[in-house]
Design a protein around this ligand. Structure first.
Ligand code: ZN
Length: 290
């Protein structure tokens, strides 16, 4: 089966190694997909081991692992102890918070996140933010409250804030301005246009681009990328989702950040080596040393 731009189901091959190491700024190594043939039969520990090893082989030697429900957040705190390549982030995802609110256990769930974020290798509060695509209008009040609490938590603990923003650009920017953003704020999987990119740059946020920037249809996103100074740029996979071309629709893995970085270097008319060097340095500025 040869890879195509749409719905490719074969396991992606290892991309050509990058000339210099780079960081995958956002991945969910613990989320398994049914169509993940390469990890078929592996237990979770072996699956994570495989992803970390494949990534290292192509130069993606550091990964930020994100756990954004209680189970995954607890697992993230364990994984960062086992793998020197991993730092972690924990939060209640914007689609998770309204469910807790409905069940009446939001305070309890948030207390678990508050405890886990104290871990020295958990450097991120995230992903938090707003998702108006998945959460119905009734749930949005709870979602916004949860977002505000996570902003406050990041500021209190001096951790990095990673923002999830799906179809909610205006409210995300408004709430960040109202609360006052933490010193280090990352727009994970940036999905806005050029004007929004400029606004985020001006506010001093970091913009993390995912595999979506490689999609043929994503001209507007590439235009947005072109106005971001390299010093505020990050790259990520959002593994196992948002798989870059030519594996769009298939299972993502941190090694595929190599494909996204190459597209970004093209857009920015930078060498791949320069972009890797810059993103690597920026990632360590943001999260601290691995
Ligand atoms: Zn994510």
């Amino acid at each position: 089966m040869s890879p195509t731009d749409q719905g490719n189901r074969s396991a992606p091959a290892r991309p050509d190694p990058l000339p210099l190491p780079v960081v995958d700024n956002h991945a969910h190594l613990d989320i398994r997909r049914d169509d993940d043939l390469a990890s078929d039969g592996l237990d979770l520990a072996a699956h994570v081991e495989r992803l970390v090893k494949d990534a290292r082989a192509v130069g993606v030697d550091r990964i930020v692992q994100i756990g954004c429900d209680i189970e995954s957040a607890e697992l993230t705190a364990e994984l960062v102890d086992v793998h020197p390549a991993l730092l972690g982030g924990v939060a209640l995802h914007p689609n998770e918070a309204p469910l807790h609110a409905e069940r009446g256990d939001l305070d309890e769930a948030f207390a678990v996140i508050e405890r886990l974020v104290e871990h020295p290798r958990i450097r991120v509060v995230g992903e938090t933010g707003l998702d108006y695509y998945r959460t119905e209008p009734e749930g949005r009040g709870a979602q916004q409250d949860s977002f505000r609490r996570h902003i406050d938590l990041a500021k209190r603990t001096g951790k990095v804030l990673q923002i999830h923003d799906r179809d909610a650009h205006d409210d995300v920017l408004r709430i960040l301005a109202e609360e006052g953003a933490p010193a280090k704020t990352v727009m994970h999987c940036f999905s806005g246009d050029m004007a929004m990119a400029r606004e985020c740059v001006e506010r001093g946020y970091y913009l993390s681009f995912a595999g979506t920037v490689t999609f043929k249809s994503a001209r507007e996103l590439r235009n947005a990328l072109s106005v971001v100074p390299p010093s505020q740029l990050l790259v990520e996979t959002d593994t196992p989702y948002l798989t870059p071309t030519p594996y769009r629709g298939g299972v993502n893995a941190p090694m595929l950040v190599a494909l996204t970085v190459r597209t970004m270097a093209d857009v920015l008319t930078m060498s791949v080596a320069d972009l890797c060097r810059t993103i690597s340095a920026t990632s360590e500025d943001v999260y601290g040393p691995w």
